[in-house]
Design a binder for this molecule. Structure first.
Ligand SMILES: [Zn+2]
Length: 84
């Protein structure tokens, strides 16, 4: 484990757990959603499929969306990571 990983481990000890807004579980698995990009929107000018990583609750299978990340165990202020 290098210094950067140690720092991250230290930061995570003080981080707030994000909970599933449906069942309050705090365990998630990564899933991949696929987005079809139309030729008009695509940077290559051709229709393409882009993978989008997402998190799914292992208990109720709810896929987390951006707004869902606000559900936390404690009502503590958000920690902002300071880049070195
Ligand atoms: Zn859930």
């Amino acid at each position: 484990m290098d210094q950067q990983q140690l720092d991250l481990a230290k930061i995570l000890q003080h981080a707030t757990d994000i909970l599933c807004p449906i069942c309050q579980s705090d365990v998630f698995e990564t899933v991949t959603m696929l987005k079809k990009i139309s030729a008009i929107m695509s940077p290559s000018g051709q229709e393409m499929v882009a993978p989008l990583p997402a998190y799914r609750c292992v208990e109720c299978k709810h896929v987390m969306e951006e707004g869902d990340m606000e559900t936390t165990k404690e009502d503590t202020p958000k920690i902002e990571l300071i880049k070195p």
